[in-house]
Design a protein around this ligand. Structure first.
Ligand code: MLC
Length: 507
């Protein structure tokens, strides 16, 4: 039997053909039938270029209906889809292209311009503009015949590679299979009670699992509808909230909604579910939200490598500060560093096993091996505890990764660049609590000069040549020395405690 995940979506495209699938901010509406057609035309486009099962395409483009159809056509044809954050620089892009060796690249107009020089290094890779401001490609696609063939696939064939930041400073590509997508999509539909009459506010970017898989698949699997926002804006969302039944977002979205006086019970009158993930939801936001809207935000937990792992219940207590119970068919446990499984209520590293768990890191067998136990459990790196009922609470991470506005950031990547700057002897990058973003990046620096040290702006200018803006520190602090333990290791915990209130003090 064909185990291509797209086959289920294709059935739904027929079953719900006249339902609206996507309504854009402009008011333009796309039925299931329209998206099926566009997907089939993209499939023709890709196959005409010689791409086939296992070929790879990189997409660094603005969110659009056409980029959704491109993604779906990749599922359909067995081509591997690699979405990248639109903030990534040419330096970051160079690493991804070399690592993936794609057959095609799709870029928004501004990215074509930005990567002009880089692309000269890859003359054999065809590049296309995919952008709402440019219709060259979309006009061409609209003229093409529809290719209705659904590639015959095994459930373990790779659907997508999602890059996640690595502890050593280099990103790793998590290989997500058709089985991963299918099992996780079905589990979420069932536990969150999605159905044909749902209308989802979709303001998330579609280059991460939250906006691409969680949000799109729950809708596509039920014949429901999406109100599609180019990007998150609290005012635009508040205008459309009364028309929707479900919203998904990172905690920053909920904080920003609460900052608006016209966000209230009446704006949420038709909403049945607010879902939050990708970063911890604070008790404050949870409680404030309840007070303002009468809704308990449902917090869930997941990651690129595993899709969604746990969720607070649709019916039953949603407890602030906890991420709920394992999804159907997913096993979770908590272990110590040696792999010893801990009993309920003990803190340790969260491990997960199930059909949702990725098949490994792209071209990184060694790294993959290190992150799995012999019995197939994936070591998430998150610290947590399970209570006697199986409810999970998270306490942070075993690595020093931080999460800013829902984006994972690894300090090492920033430190490596800072340490190369002439005036900087050494650096330590940490995440500090931030009202809007959850955590924001702070760089602690040691100078090797007595005076006239390099300015913050000049440091940022250097960083921006290599890394995306969202990874750049929001604050720079110069110290005489970094706190170290007896082994000489920098004590980031001490720094984090010391600068815990840094963003509160400047208010
Ligand atoms: C943007 N900026 C950020 C930032 N996003 N800085 C720090 N952290 C972020 N997350 C900076 C830009 O560089 C820019 O800097 C300025 O903010 C304005 O840019 P913008 O694009 O207009 O920002 P804004 O719209 O305010 O974006 C913030 C945000 C966005 C929170 C709305 O980051 C967002 O949509 N985040 C969602 C991330 C997400 O989907 N995560 C899912 C990961 S999947 P300047 O100085 O140039 O103005 C995952 C698994 C799971 O984790 O379980 O879900």
């Amino acid at each position: 039997m064909n185990q291509n995940f797209y086959r289920i979506l294709d059935d739904n495209f027929d079953k719900y053909s006249d339902n609206i699938l996507i309504e854009e901010e402009s008011g333009e509406k796309w039925k299931y039938n329209d998206i099926k057609k566009l997907t089939a035309q993209f499939s023709t486009f890709l196959r005409n270029l010689g791409l086939k099962k296992g070929s790879r395409i990189i997409v660094q483009a603005e969110k659009s209906v056409h980029s959704v159809a491109l993604y779906l056509s990749c599922l359909k044809t067995g081509i591997i889809y690699i979405p990248l954050n639109t903030a990534y620089t040419s330096n970051e892009m160079s690493y991804f292209i070399n690592n993936i060796e794609p057959q095609l690249i799709f870029l928004s107009i501004n990215k074509i311009e930005e990567h002009k020089d880089l692309l000269l290094d890859f003359p054999k890779i065809k590049t296309f503009i995919l952008d709402i401001g440019n219709t060259e490609l979309t006009d061409e696609i609209s003229e093409l015949k529809e290719d209705n063939n659904i590639e015959e696939l095994d459930e373990n064939d790779i659907a997508s590679i999602i890059f996640t930041s690595g502890t050593t400073g280099r990103s790793k590509g998590a290989m997500i299979t058709h089985k991963n997508l299918e099992s996780n999509g079905n589990a979420l539909v069932s536990i969150w009670g999605f159905n044909e009459s749902d209308i989802l506010l979709h303001a998330l970017p579609i280059f991460h699992v939250h906006g691409l898989f969680v949000a799109l698949h729950t809708i596509l699997l039920t014949g429901a509808k999406i109100i599609f926002f180019q990007k998150f804006s609290p005012n635009a969302l508040i205008r459309r909230l009364p028309d929707a039944t479900v919203m998904m977002g990172v905690p920053t979205y909920y904080r920003r909604l609460l900052s608006k006086d016209n966000f209230n019970k009446s704006t949420c009158k038709n909403i049945r579910l607010f879902i939050s993930g990708s970063a911890p939801l604070t008790d404050n936001v949870f409680l404030e939200f309840k007070k303002r809207t009468d809704h308990n935000i449902l917090e869930r937990y997941g990651m690129s490598e595993t899709g969604m792992i746990t969720s607070n219940p649709l019916n039953g207590d949603r407890i602030a500060g906890t991420v709920g119970f394992a999804l159907p068919n997913i096993d979770i446990r908590v272990s110590d560093e040696t792999g010893e499984i801990l009993t309920a209520d003990s803190r340790g590293v969260v491990e997960v096993r199930g059909p949702n768990v990725f098949s490994g890191y792209w071209r990184s067998e060694e790294k993959t091996k290190k992150e799995f136990r012999l019995d197939g459990f994936f070591i998430t790196g998150d610290i947590g505890k399970l209570d006697y009922e199986g409810r999970l609470t998270l306490f942070g991470r075993s690595t020093d990764m931080l999460i800013s506005g829902g984006y994972n950031i690894y300090p090492k990547e920033i430190e490596l660049i800072l340490d190369e700057i002439e005036d900087i002897q050494e650096s330590a990058v940490i995440g500090c609590p931030h009202d809007d973003l959850g955590e924001a990046v702070v760089a602690i620096l040691i100078s090797n000069k007595a005076k006239d040290i390099i300015s913050d702006d000049s440091i940022e200018e250097i960083l921006l040549k290599s890394i995306a803006k969202f990874k750049c520190p929001a604050r720079y602090i110069w110290l005489d020395e970094l706190p170290r333990n007896a082994m000489g290791k920098v004590q980031k915990k001490v720094l984090k405690e010391k600068y815990n209130k840094i963003f509160k003090e400047i208010k």
